[in-house]
Design a binder for this molecule. Structure first.
Ligand SMILES: O=C(O)[C@H]1O[C@H](OP(=O)(O)OP(=O)(O)OC[C@H]2O[C@@H](n3ccc(=O)[nH]c3=O)[C@H](O)[C@@H]2O)[C@H](O)[C@@H](O)[C@H]1O
Length: 437
């Protein structure tokens, strides 16, 4: 009761104060005049400051009123020096080389593919948004690595059609290696919009520009083993059903395959989708199990190891990055030209999908055994039921199609590949650096 009283007291004292000010106003006109003058003066100064700020800020590059750019971060690109860098990076340096735009070039697979193309004399231009899905400093380190080999990475979003058109104006790319994507199966429950933005809208934005380019490039792009979803027939073959995705990530990759079909059908774009199976290796992604298991084992933190119903084995067809790179290069080399021009189809064009796996699934528990041996540290295992967050229990690639048509032949087993990863990891994160993610 006494509390209530004091509350009411407060209100009354405030209104009393208000009355006092009001009376001061009515009896003191000259003071009122000076307040208005002061207010006008400061409003004027405020306006001037705002106007100066507005006119001095650099023009956003390019047109901000373009609806396709509304959701885009402002990247700095353009100008003669920038165009020179673009041209030089994309210049072919070997007799029968190709000129490739690599999207997602600061990503794990993108970095390795870009470096391999450059090494053999192809022209390579990178494009990457450097988003913070995982530690951007790792992406910057990969960028520095590529710069040393002569690959320039343009900073920008694949949804930015103005930028994409500009790139095709500057360089008549013969090929696009499209690896920019929102990856990760489990993160799709946290941020579904990012999957739609990158894997669907971004893909369409890229294909729109490719179909109008003259010449149209041939496109090789990253699909995923996750498109097999709840398919229980193993090993997974390209002929198997892919209409039961278990995650939004898988659904967007499957949608990508259908979108590819459409652009091939209507515009004569040559399109090859590669279904990657759990790619791992040096410079890898910190959101993937092998990577953060390594970090957490070294830190003495417990690691969650998933198991299926009735203690069923969860396993992956882990595929080493160098094998994947060979598959990507073979897909580029065997890609036929697109048949359209100026946005019009002139004849049927190539449309392909390949599994790129290792053909030997390994249980996640065995992955941990290998890491323990390599790191010489015992893992704190926290065995838990496979959460319902998009993971499937088992993947296993049938690679006979890729073997026949691309000459794809993986040669690195998990033990050998992880040894290379651990060596890189320890080197990279020594000197006080910590893995993010
Ligand atoms: O082939 C693909 O298309 C995809 O491969 C990759 O997905 P996944 O195969 O799910 O890899 P990854 O997360 O490393 O989990 C590996 C294993 O560890 C298990 N796992 C995972 C996390 C955990 O905390 N515990 C655990 O046991 C987990 O159940 C799984 O069995 C890419 O991330 C994805 O972008 C996509 O490219």
């Amino acid at each position: 009761m006494s509390k209530q009283m004091s509350h009411l007291d407060n209100i009354s004292s405030t209104s009393g104060k208000f009355k006092m000010e009001k009376s001061a106003y009515s009896h003191n006109r000259p003071r009122w005049h000076s307040s208005i003058a002061k207010l006008s003066f400061w409003s004027f100064i405020f306006l001037v400051v705002i106007l100066i700020f507005f006119f001095r800020s650099p023009p956003s590059n390019p047109l901000p009123q373009d609806p396709s750019r509304r959701s885009l971060r402002n990247y700095n690109w353009g100008g003669p020096a920038w165009e020179k860098q673009v041209r030089s990076s994309a210049r072919v340096r070997s007799g029968n080389g190709i000129s490739v735009l690599v999207t997602g070039a600061a990503g794990f697979v993108g970095t390795h593919v870009s470096a391999a193309l450059k090494r053999r004399g192809d022209g390579v231009l990178g494009l990457d948004s450097f988003n913070d899905y995982y530690d951007p400093s790792l992406k910057r380190a990969r960028q520095a690595l590529l710069e040393r080999t002569g690959v320039f990475i343009v900073e920008g979003d694949i949804n930015d059609s103005v930028l994409l058109k500009k790139l095709f104006e500057v360089v008549p790319f013969t090929h696009v290696m499209h690896l920019a994507a929102q990856a990760g199966v489990r993160y799709a429950m946290e941020n579904p919009g990012s999957y739609v933005h990158s894997n669907i809208a971004g893909l369409v934005s890229l294909l729109e520009v490719c179909k109008s380019a003259n010449p149209q490039p041939a496109i090789v792009w990253a699909s995923s083993s996750s498109v097999y979803g709840l398919n229980s027939k193993v090993p997974f073959s390209e002929r198997d059903r892919t209409d039961q995705p278990a995650s939004l990530y898988a659904a967007t990759k499957k949608a990508g395959e259908e979108i590819a079909h459409t652009y091939n059908h209507i515009y004569g774009l040559s399109l090859t989708g590669l279904r990657f199976f759990t790619v791992y290796g040096p410079w890898g992604r910190p959101d993937m199990a092998y990577f953060f298991f390594t970090r957490d084992i070294l830190k003495g933190k417990s690691i969650p190891i998933f198991e299926g119903a009735n203690h069923g084995t969860v396993a992956r067809d882990f595929t080493y990055i160098d094998d994947i790179v060979k598959g990507c290069l073979a897909a580029l080399d065997t890609a036929e030209k697109s048949t359209g021009s100026g946005g019009k189809k002139r004849g049927p064009a190539q449309l392909r999908v390949y599994n790129l796996g290792n053909t030997s699934p390994v249980p996640v528990t065995e992955l941990v055994n290998i890491l323990e041996r390599l790191l010489k540290v015992k893992a704190k295992r926290n065995i838990m039921k496979l959460p319902r967050n998009g993971d499937v229990q088992f993947t296993h690639a049938n690679i006979s199609l890729a073997q026949r048509e691309l000459g794809y032949k993986p040669t690195t087993d998990l033990q050998t590949g992880l040894k290379k990863f651990v060596r890189w990891y320890l080197g990279y994160y020594s000197g006080g650096k910590t893995a993010a993610g």
